[in-house]
Design a protein around this ligand. Structure first.
Ligand SMILES: [Zn+2]
Ligand SMILES: [Zn+2]
Length: 354
């Protein structure tokens, strides 16, 4: 098989990766990518080049998967290093990106995947059309709503290959779920646009349930949002937060020339550099852990977090966090101006602060 991976068919000069993407054979695609990582392909061609290989019309496997409406293949290709906004040659309409092709096919799953990977909604094909115009023309109203540059920007993975590629599978799955959830919330607002969302909708209703009741059951509530359980642990410092807040910190913007130079995200609690994100170990919370003795060192992240939870008001550590979030929001709010949704999230955070 290894030798076959690099063969091009004689009709359209497509590789087996093109064909798997076109027909939506995700398992096949996965197997080819795995083989290509280890085979001579990596040595002779380079894996990235293989993933982004073009057929005679300039179409990459990602273009074909997007056009044919294969969201799972789109996902696999993107996380394997497919270039999200590469234009085609003559395939489809000349200069189309995968987003144009997904808009043309009207596949919401593909549109979502591409947007979450930072596909540019205002990139134009050679006729000057953005993907939004393509979706409108084809009558794909729901896709058009998401592609409308005036609609809230979806939350996006950060410099994907570096940070996300290093995540362990469980942590990655949690963050992906949180990202999908955040973008679903955003979609709801987009589709309900006729009636402007009142600031006291959804999440405040949930807040009406007194969450202090859960407090002593050993559930560590995230100290940033006070809504969700801690599920992600920052290493090396050991601080924990929920997946949604982790995303807000790390996945704020698509990679672009201004954010590429940003420092890696820092832990919001101690400002130390995040070297890894792992799934929070919740098993450590046995009866023993529930005993909060005065002899325990204050430097324990878990302990200090609980204290800040209990003394929300006036806690200096919490004020430190608040200003940290503030500086974060101004830092990411500068730059690209495509962070409407995230700043809404941060506004909400600040709104919730004492
Ligand atoms: Zn949180
Ligand atoms: Zn920390």
């Amino acid at each position: 098989m290894l030798g076959q991976i690099l063969m091009f068919d004689s009709v359209q000069a497509r590789t087996c990766l093109h064909h798997a993407a076109y027909y939506g054979h995700a398992d096949c695609l996965r197997a080819i990518l795995a083989a290509a990582r280890t085979a001579q392909v990596a040595a002779s061609w380079g894996f990235a080049r293989f993933v982004n290989v073009r057929d005679e019309h300039g179409a990459t496997p990602l273009h074909l998967a997007a056009r044919q409406g294969r969201p799972e293949c789109v996902h696999l290709l993107l996380e394997s290093g497919a270039i999200v906004s590469a234009p085609t040659g003559s395939y489809g309409f000349p200069g189309s990106t995968a987003l144009h092709l997904a808009a043309r096919g009207g596949n919401m799953g593909c549109v979502r995947e591409l947007l979450a990977w930072g596909a540019d909604r205002v990139q134009r094909d050679s006729a000057g059309r953005i993907a939004y115009a393509v979706a409108l023309k084809r009558g794909h109203g729901a896709c058009a709503a998401l592609l409308n540059p005036a609609a809230a920007e979806p939350m996006v993975w950060p410099s994907p290959l570096k940070f996300i590629g290093e995540l362990e599978a469980d942590a990655r799955a949690l963050l992906e779920a949180a990202l999908a959830e955040a973008n679903r919330e955003r979609e709801k607002k987009i589709f309900l646009k006729g009636s402007p969302p009142s600031p006291s909708s959804s999440s405040d209703d949930a807040g009406a349930v007194d969450d202090d009741d859960d407090d002593d059951e050993g559930v560590d509530v995230c100290s940033i949002c006070f809504e969700q359980a801690c599920s992600i642990e920052v290493q090396d410092c050991g601080h924990q937060m929920c997946a949604a807040c982790t995303l807000a910190l790390c996945c704020h913007s698509k990679p672009n020339p201004t954010t590429l130079t940003l420092l890696p995200p820092a832990c919001p609690f101690c400002r130390s550099c995040i070297s890894r994100l792992v799934v929070a170990d919740t098993k450590a919370k046995g009866p023993a852990a529930a005993v909060v003795g005065d002899d325990k060192p204050l430097s324990s992240p878990r302990l200090s977090r609980r204290r800040s939870r209990r003394s929300r008001e006036g806690s200096s550590s919490f004020k430190g966090l608040s200003s940290a979030m503030g500086s974060l929001s101004s830092k990411i709010g500068r730059g690209s101006g495509r962070l409407a949704g995230d700043s809404a999230f941060l506004d909400k955070l600040e709104h919730d602060l004492p």
